[in-house]
Design a protein around this ligand. Structure first.
Ligand code: GDP
Length: 190
């Protein structure tokens, strides 16, 4: 059965203290810029417009809140985002750990990374911060249509040796979209 998340952009926050106040569960979407996070949000929502807001130049806010049937997805800016000033990056490097340490609504994180490349240093730093903070996270290997099925399984197996929860995903594969929707609904409903 394909679940409809009814994803809808609600608001953004530039600082942790400005984050939306609500009672539902949240999962955070993190990853390097170009990992495919916005495309994933659009694919999950069936709408090309949903994730556009977080990509509009000058409007990049730290935390972007998307409501869905089961809770909230909070999209973080892609790390390594070149259009962002040094001062802005410094601010984010203070605010992001605050969110992970203090946000009571947060129940887990999805870390998006391109299946074709080894994890970047910034991905590894993110993963190690999540481990240190004991925050459950799943690795989402994106753009899985770009490699063969055999390579996909191999890359998944390699990653599973390090991270217990690994999912492959492609915006071009309806089954993988349905799978990710189910994962999100299960995570948020718990
Ligand atoms: P973001 O910076 O993490 O939000 O990355 P985007 O969603 O903008 O994706 C970066 C590039 O990868 C774009 O050119 C997308 O069209 C492409 N892309 C994203 N997901 C997929 C996918 O599943 N398959 C393929 N073939 N391309 C993808």
């Amino acid at each position: 059965m394909d679940i409809n998340l009814n994803l809808e952009f609600i608001t953004s926050a530039a600082l942790y203290e400005q984050c939306l106040d609500h009672q539902d569960n949240e999962i955070a979407f993190v990853g390097a810029s170009n990992a495919g996070k916005s495309s994933a949000i659009n694919a999950l929502s069936n709408s090309k417009k949903v994730a556009k807001v977080s990509k509009t130049p000058g409007k990049t806010k730290l935390f972007n809140f998307f409501k869905c049937n089961y809770g909230y997805i909070v999209d973080f800016p892609g790390y390594g985002f070149s259009k962002v000033s040094k001062a802005q990056k410094k601010e984010w490097s203070r605010e992001i750990p605050k969110y992970f340490q203090h946000r009571d609504n947060l129940i887990g994180v999805l870390l998006f990374t391109d299946i074709r490349h080894p994890m970047k240093e910034s991905d590894l730093e993110m993963a190690s911060m999540l481990v240190d903070l004991k925050l459950p996270f799943k690795v989402v290997l994106t753009k899985s249509d770009k490699i063969s099925v055999a390579q996909r399984e191999d890359t998944k197996d390699q990653n599973k040796k390090i991270y217990s929860e690994v999912i492959s995903f492609s915006t071009k594969d309806k089954d993988s979209i349905a799978r990710l929707r189910r994962e999100i609904s299960v995570l948020l409903s718990n």
